[in-house]
Design a protein around this ligand. Sequence first.
Ligand SMILES: Nc1ncnc2c1ncn2[C@@H]1O[C@H](COP(=O)(O)OP(=O)(O)OP(=O)(O)O)[C@@H](O)[C@H]1O
Length: 248
Amino acid sequence: MTALLNIDHITGGYNIHKPVLHDLEFDVGAGEIVGLIGLNGAGKSTTIKHVLGLMEPAEGGIYINSKTIHEDAEAYRKQLAYIPESPILYEEMTLWEHLRLTAMAYGVPEGTWEERSEKLMETYQMTRRKNWFPNHFSKGMRQKVMIMCAFLVEPKLYVVDEPFVGLDPVAIKSLLDMMVEMKDNGAGILMSTHILATAERYCDRFVLLHEGRVALKGTMKEIQEQAGMPGANLDDLYIEVTKGEITS
Ligand SMILES: Nc1ncnc2c1ncn2[C@@H]1O[C@H](COP(=O)(O)OP(=O)(O)OP(=O)(O)O)[C@@H](O)[C@H]1O
């Protein structure tokens, strides 16, 4: 089976002489949630920037449905939606205009995007704020706008960076339910998070990064085996990895 997202032995970073990512190799398949886990500075955001095409690997390649961004940049980008850790909004555009702009950028047909948007606003309790501008939004509401824009597109691949910070429990539950629904519909999700209990409950597989290298990867059972810690939870595995005692 070809993976939806394939990170093929990439090395990369901000300075060609000092890579931050070293020979990274992992996949995200259709119909699964993969958790990208690691300490501050482990390389999660840098990995995500490479997947989004904002950074170019010095070595190796990144493929979505077997194609790199160079083969067809528009097709590559349209297959993925990104929920960033810090919301990026246009201050002069209302919530509804953000949704409309996203629909236009991704080519979501008229009728479909309005219907999805109304539903999303209801789910995230934002209907009343349809015509509000972002400067009236709380941090959590700003994050909800990003989430709604991503789910509006219904892409093949979701790239989600630390999504739970700032969201209220109802919104967290809605987000998780929606990720499960999209995965069941065949989407792939790469999610970076420090909330390990949630990751353990929702992710099908894990990639534990340590100092820019894959320290462990696989299902819970597989990473427990790799670490020689049968039955260990993700917290324990993570702590063990970050002691630097396990080499991949
Ligand atoms: N813009 C940048 N320029 C130079 N180095 C950077 C830049 N951003 C991150 N780095 C470095 O790259 C390494 C990986 O950082 P990255 O932001 O990918 O970590 P992270 O796993 O996402 O951490 P966090 O959990 O804190 O978000 C760190 O050593 C960091 O100092």
